[in-house]
Design a protein around this ligand. Structure first.
Ligand code: FPP
Length: 255
């Protein structure tokens, strides 16, 4: 980037604060690609479902540790729009686990002031699953201590396409001008519109990919890839990730 930008081209001068901690702080928003459940189970001669069950337990521990550390929002990639390619049995196991997680945890989450938010389209799930998810979102809607965002049937490219369609439709009716479609407008049309900027994105299990997760939001996030399989990830592992984040220097394109 050229350094001779005029003041009017430098909104970041006043916007940097809103982008997140410049380093040394607690990330406001942590997102996790919870990978490695299958390999964890295979290594123990267990069915994949056992890995997912242990994965849900890890999610519980990590949510608690994130809240204690002062993280405002934890986003978990629980089911991608590509996961429909998995065998039907495994999809059913994952859906059953989601229902079990909600049935068991909703009361405690609500008591602890945690708001549940969904990224993606869970409307295509079975009516029972979709109803339970809607109920969890409605019950916790006014909670303010922390947000647990669960990505369900989520894909980042589709999220961006939908945001573009929303803005194009508003432009077509004359509600906004095409030139009003800027970064802020697009961001405000994403599923994550009311979440803090993404500071830290973690992927477990040694894979180094974003897999269509929060592509826009990750533009300036710190990326952390750890070898731990998700079912083994716990409060200590999260605290280690937060320490790694605190040691990073964030420049947001500056120097
Ligand atoms: C990736 O492991 C994990 C998933 C596709 C599902 C993640 C779901 C959970 C952890 C449980 C549900 C969570 C909540 C919050 C209710 P993989 O199966 O791709 O593992 P592999 O790469 O080792 O095969």
């Amino acid at each position: 980037m050229g350094k001779a930008a005029s003041a009017s081209q430098r909104p970041e001068a006043e916007g940097a604060e809103a982008q997140g901690p410049a380093g040394g702080g607690v990330p406001r928003h942590v997102a996790i690609i919870m990978d490695g459940n299958g390999r964890w189970a295979k290594a123990r001669g267990l069915p994949r479902a056992a890995g997912h069950r242990q994965g849900a337990e890890a999610a519980r521990k990590v949510l608690r540790a994130a809240g204690e550390a002062g993280v405002e929002c934890l986003t978990l990639y629980a089911f991608s729009s590509e996961n429909w390619r998995r065998p039907e049995d495994e999809i059913n196991d994952l859906m059953g686990l989601l229902r079990l997680y909600i049935a068991r945890e909703l009361g405690a989450l609500h008591k602890e002031g945690i708001r549940i938010k969904i990224l993606g389209d869970h409307g295509v799930f079975s009516p029972e699953t979709a109803r339970m998810v809607d109920e969890a979102v409605a019950k916790t809607a006014n909670n303010q201590r922390m947000t647990l965002a669960i990505a369900l049937n989520y894909g980042s490219r589709l999220e961006l396409v939908k945001a573009a369609q929303t803005l194009a439709a508003r432009a077509a009716t004359g509600e906004i001008a095409p030139s009003d479609i800027d970064e802020a407008a697009l961001e405000a049309s994403l599923d994550t519109a009311d979440l803090p900027p993404l500071d830290l994105l973690i992927r477990t299990s040694g894979e180094h990919r974003l897999s269509n997760f929060l592509l826009w939001q990750a533009a300036y996030a710190e990326l952390l890839f750890v070898d731990t399989l998700w079912p083994d990830f716990d409060g200590d592992a999260l605290r280690a990730a937060l320490r790694a984040f605190a040691g990073r220097e964030r420049r947001f394109g500056g120097r």
